[in-house]
Write a protein that binds this ligand. Structure first.
Ligand SMILES: [Mn+2]
Length: 357
């Protein structure tokens, strides 16, 4: 039996099982099951992204299986924006991990996995990563999904095997790598993974993502879509999605293989990026402008089902304007209200993509 005073509590413990009582001055009563405090792991993930959520789920399963079975996970989504990406005060876990999002040189960051070409905000960040010797920060730009990258690294380096996560990993690779057999498979959303993607990308709030991540760690995707509130969220989003196909059809034009549309004023935030290729199967690239509450966004993509060779690196083009992404898909965020600037940049990009490099 041991006694210990911690803060306002007096703690009794025997063989690792402890009970805390408030001391005379304290008001808190708690009876934890074990003496050791659970390890708190904060996982930052690419918000509203199937691959971001799935990466967080695979990382969490790895961490509880190979590092600390008693870990408590807290999930925080990160979004690309024109202003500061990280608030270091948020790195308040015993461990802080980032998956599927840019590197951060904070000493409080203990795990990092990303696969984006534009993973480093600055050359200093890239150098900081190269000098890291923790063996816990990994960059896999050749991977189509961060989820598959996390699964591969944790298997090879830490012996983590989770066959029940194979479905999740495969779908993250299909979704993030745009490996659907055709545009219709992506746009019609018949597979549960594609339905869940819609809920993740356009669902109502950020707590939802933390719940979805927890479900991904233990349920097949078909079962997640049967959870009543997830199914209820999907239905109106799907109807809206079907309507968005018609609206984008009205706003789009396709010249020299480049689809352009501007959905300003249409309340179309988060429409499927595959709609332009579904509408214009012959297109090679798409450029679109979509204002939202916190940014004005230019999305630049290439038609995954058009086998014509690509002459342009879209991440490189977007980086020139302060954005980033992958060779075949990129985006630029402007401050809200910078619509004229965004339209000018979009015109320049359409022009550049219409001309062979
Ligand atoms: Mn990703």
């Amino acid at each position: 039996m041991r006694f210990r005073k911690s803060g306002k509590n007096i703690r009794f413990s025997f063989r690792g099982v402890g009970v805390s009582f408030p001391s005379a001055s304290g008001k808190i009563f708690q009876a934890p099951r074990t003496e050791t405090k659970a390890m708190r792991v904060r996982v930052f993930f690419h918000d509203r992204c199937f691959d971001g959520a799935a990466s967080a789920a695979v990382f969490s399963r790895f961490y509880s299986s190979k590092m600390r079975p008693d870990a408590d996970f807290v999930y925080t989504g990160l979004a690309h924006r024109a202003s500061q990406l990280f608030d270091e005060a948020q790195f308040d876990g015993d461990e802080n991990a980032i998956v599927d999002f840019k590197y951060c040189s904070s000493p409080r960051l203990t795990w990092w996995f990303d696969h984006h070409q534009s993973a480093f905000l600055t050359p200093e960040d890239a150098r900081h990563f190269q000098l890291d010797r923790s063996g816990r920060k990994f960059y896999g730009p050749d991977y189509r999904s961060c989820t598959k990258f996390v699964a591969a690294v944790t298997r090879e380096r830490f012996g983590f095997e989770a066959p029940e996560l194979a479905e999740l990993v495969e779908w993250a690779d299909i979704i993030d790598g745009a490996q659907y057999p055709n545009a219709a498979a992506a746009v019609r959303m018949e597979a549960p993974a594609t339905q869940l993607t819609l809920v993740i990308e356009m669902g109502p709030d950020h707590d939802l993502l933390a719940r979805v991540i927890r479900m991904m760690t233990r349920l097949p995707l078909g079962d997640i879509m049967k959870v009543s509130d997830i199914a209820a969220l999907f239905k109106p989003l799907h109807e809206r999605h079907l309507k968005s196909i018609d609206l984008i059809r009205e706003r789009s034009r396709c010249d020299a293989g480049v689809v352009f549309f501007d959905v300003t004023g249409l309340d179309l935030e988060g429409y499927s990026k595959f709609i332009p290729y579904y509408l214009f199967p012959e297109s090679v690239y798409s450029v679109s402008i979509s204002p939202s509450s916190f940014r004005t966004k230019i999305s630049v993509g290439s038609n995954p089902w058009n086998t014509q060779p690509r002459m342009h690196n879209l991440a490189t083009i977007c980086e020139r304007y302060g954005g980033g992404g992958h060779a075949r898909v990129g985006a630029i965020s402007f401050e809200t209200g910078a619509l004229e600037r965004a339209r000018q940049v979009a015109r320049e990009i359409v022009e550049e993509l219409s001309t062979p490099a």
